[in-house]
Each structure stands twice: as C-alpha cells, then as structure tokens.
Design a protein around this ligand. Structure first.
Ligand code: PYC
Length: 413
C-alpha cells in the first residue's frame, strides 16, 4: 500500500464518517417511539423532525436498519394503481421520490425507466384499460399500448412467449422507476439523526403498556420507555405488536422471494411485469437483473428462499427473454409480506389513544416510503388522520369500506 494512503488511513484527523450515531442508552422518555427501523419508520422520524419540529423521537429496530422489507424488495416505484385512493397515495410518493436524493443529500440512484404491465388475455387487457382510465383521470401518466409499442421500447422481448401466452398489449406507465432501496433507509435515517432523532438498533420491543385505552410506555430488552405516542411500522411482526395493545388486524404473513443475476451490460431500460407469468424484472444500475414472482402461497414466518422459486421464475423469464438462457443467478432471498384482504395498507390512528399503525404493505411498501413517512408524521403531529391516510384506516374492515387494490397490487397473488 502506498505510504501516503497508509498515513491517511491511520490519521485520526480523517475518521471514518459514521452514518448514524449509536446512542449508548435509551432515554427514560420520548415524545414519539417508532417501532421498526425500516424505510417507513425512518421516513416518519425524519418528517416529524423536519416538518413538525418533533425531535425527541426514538426509532427502535430489533435488528439493523433496513433488515426487513426495505432491504429485500425489488425497488420498484410507480403509481399506476386501480383505486382513486391508491393512485392518489402512490402518486404523491412518486412526486416525493423525484427530489429525495437532493433532500437527503444522498444519491438514491433514482432512475425513471417506464413500467410495462403485460396483458396476455382479453380479461387482463380490460383491467389495464380500467387502470389507465382511473390513472389518467387523476393526472397519472398511464396508457394501454400495443405490441409494436412494447417491441419498440424493448426489442429483446419475445412477445409470443414461446407460443404459450402471447402478449396482447400492456399498461405503460412512463414514470415507473427504480431506486437503491437500502440507500433510502440510510438517507432517511441519517437525515433524521442530524435533526436529533435517536436510532436504537438491536432493540426489541417486548410489550406496550396502556392505562385504560391510552398508551403510556414501551417495554424493550433494554428497559422501559415512557411515551404517549407509539407508531408500529414493522413488516412481518405487525400481529405481534398489535396484540400488545389488544388490537386485531386481518393481516396474514407470507414470504415473498426475489433474486438477482450476475451483472450484465445494460440492455433492459424498462421495468417489465407480467401478472400472468408471475414475473417482474428490471436491470439495476449495477447491471444485475432484479426479479421476483408472486407470494409464496403458504403462511409462514420464514425468510428462506427455495429452489422451487428460482426454477419457476427462470422458466417464465425465458418465455419473455429466451436469450438469457445461460445467465447465472448471483443470489436469492425472501422477505415477509403483511397481506391484507383488500391488498391495501393499514395506516393511521387506532381506537387505542396514542397507538398508530403503518402496516399491511404486502408487496407494495417500498414505493410508498416517502408518502407513508410524510403522512404518518402529519397524523402524529395533528392527532388525526391525514386525508391521504383516511381511506386506509384499520376500522375500514369492520365498516365494510374496503379499498380493493388486487388488480394493481403487483403480480398475481
Ligand atoms: O408493486 O410494483 C410492485 C411490486 C413489484 C414487485 C413486488 N411488488
């Protein structure tokens, strides 16, 4: 190693910059305790501090930042949903994503690609038309396109899919984008800490204390914290947290698997999704093809990834892109998805005073990181649900007022 470099490395004048300070102790009291150090929890902490001046906030993460859904998703951002409530929510998120790298002073590799949802049947073409109409009505750029259009944007695709399920058309959504998912969590976490928020990694919540129907404290493996406001922003563990305050949600937890190939020269500059073939694929800025399929059909609390999954996925990938036959897989993994009966999230205040929820993000949570953070921070600061949050309140399930988003949640479930 050149001497100069060695001198630099050993010089205390240039310490390794640390993204997050690690506070040694929990304070006895915080104004807000956020359970879950994923993108949503950290974004909420950031907007609480930045927009509302609420800085005495602790984010409790039982593992490390972004260890859950934030670091395990396939990083797709879009707003071409089916319900007006969904479109409005995700459209605001896409808007916030545009300036987020500047805002957080961290390159999130946000890359606008254009998003295709392929239709292989009359029925799915009809759903795409429906989505396009809702989207256009709400000012979201989306249209149904024909085979020629798809081929022009992505010449490598085999639109006949090996004569199994020929593509008939697609919903095309130009604002569809990808971003570096873990950087989103790091950026929000760093910016929140710079404003006084504390992030406590390795801190497990073991109980939530209430008096009557009001939150009073959070119990952790590192001690008890007094607080009058708790936000649960976890995935996979929501039922465990809500049971601590006696709340029930209709969430079921399913694994969602994903994988990446070895890096390839850039060739795919769109995001390609086929619900019929159960596949979504994009190419990351590193050149890897990032891919996934539908949920595992069984309810299980495991992040083990299976051979069965990659075999099925590879088969469908080759139906669309046969020339990839000798590309190698680099790694595969799984995350936990909180599924709701209507394929929409659960957000906002609950009947327990001071207990708020940001959950049920199924397979669509990453793209909502900025909007969930901003609107949940607003909800905490004002003590009532933000307008974008209202349709997603927990009580909608007992009021039979669902937000049916199955047709647009992502791939088939
Ligand atoms: O909602 O765009 C989406 C998505 C892609 C993969 C999983 N969900």
């Amino acid at each position: 190693m050149p001497y100069q470099l060695l001198r630099f490395a050993l010089n205390k004048k240039y310490p390794e910059p640390c993204m997050f300070p690690t506070p040694e102790r929990l304070k006895p009291r915080y104004d807000v305790v956020i359970i879950g150090g994923g993108g949503h929890g950290l974004a909420c902490a950031y907007y609480l501090a930045r927009d509302h001046g609420i800085r005495n906030v602790a984010v409790l993460e039982k593992s490390y930042i972004g260890a859950g859904g934030t670091g395990r998703n396939t990083a797709i951002v879009r707003s071409n949903y089916l319900t007006p409530e969904g479109v409005a929510l995700y459209d605001e998120s896409v808007r916030l994503f545009q300036d987020l790298s500047d805002d957080l002073d961290l390159n999130l590799f946000y890359s606008r690609r254009g998003h295709f949802t392929l239709a292989h049947s009359d029925a799915s073409l009809r759903t795409m038309r429906w989505r396009a109409e809702v989207n256009k009505h709400l000012g979201v750029d989306s249209e149904v396109v024909d085979r020629q259009f798809i081929k022009a944007k992505c010449p490598e695709i085999d639109l006949d899919c090996g004569h199994n399920a020929p593509v008939m058309g697609a919903l095309y959504h130009p604002p569809g984008a990808i971003a570096r998912h873990d950087a989103v969590a790091w950026g929000y976490g760093r910016a929140a800490c710079q404003r006084g928020v504390e992030i406590h990694q390795g801190t497990t919540v073991t109980g939530i204390r209430t008096e009557g129907d009001r939150v009073t404290a959070v119990e952790t493996n590192r001690g008890v914290i007094e607080t009058r406001c708790v936000l649960s922003a976890v995935a996979g563990y929501t039922p465990r947290i809500t049971s601590m305050v006696g709340l029930r949600t209709p969430i079921t937890v399913h694994p969602l698997q994903a994988c990446v190939t070895e890096p390839l020269k850039p060739w795919l500059n769109v995001i390609m999704v086929s619900a019929s073939l159960h596949i979504y694929v994009s190419q990351s800025s590193r050149g890897e093809l990032v891919m996934g399929a539908s949920l595992d059909p069984y309810e299980v609390h495991s992040t083990r990834s299976t051979l069965d999954f990659v075999e099925g996925l590879a088969g469908h990938l080759l139906e669309l892109f046969p020339f990839l036959w000798d590309v190698k897989l680099l790694r595969q993994w799984a995350g936990l998805s909180d599924m709701t009966p209507d394929f929409s999230p659960i957000m906002g205040t609950t009947r327990i005073d001071g207990f708020l929820i940001d959950a049920g993000w199924g397979t669509w949570g990453f793209k909502a990181t900025p909007v969930s953070g901003k609107t949940m921070a607003w909800t905490i600061a004002h003590g009532r649900d933000h307008d974008l949050v209202k349709p997603f309140r927990l009580s909608r399930f007992e009021e039979f007022d669902l937000v049916g988003e199955k047709g647009a949640a992502s791939v088939g479930h």
